[in-house]
Design a protein around this ligand. Sequence first.
Ligand SMILES: [Zn+2]
Length: 115
Amino acid sequence: MKCWKCKKDTKVIALKFYRDLKSNKKYSNPHVQRYIETLPLDIVSIIQTKYPFYKSTLSRTTKEKYFANNCSHCTALQGDYNLYEEINSPFLNGSQMPCKHYILLSKNKNVILQK
Ligand SMILES: [Zn+2]
């Protein structure tokens, strides 16, 4: 999306949570999660190796910290409202968008990023 502050194009991501891979088909449209306040550290670490701009950020609007996209050029918060709620938001129909990557939790708590 175009950064509201520096007007340059910056990558943004959204997260969906599945119970298991089969549920991807069974429940075809899990909702994209917004204003995520906490995530397990191992999952955050995996996300940030690929998307370092996704991090816990204090929002001046909500006065709360949540996991958010930050502009890769000027580090400005790309707030969840702009990502999901407006008519031209990139994730307005996020629940219908296919996932680009999956993070799998294995039984021994190891986490694997799978394309
Ligand atoms: Zn920017």
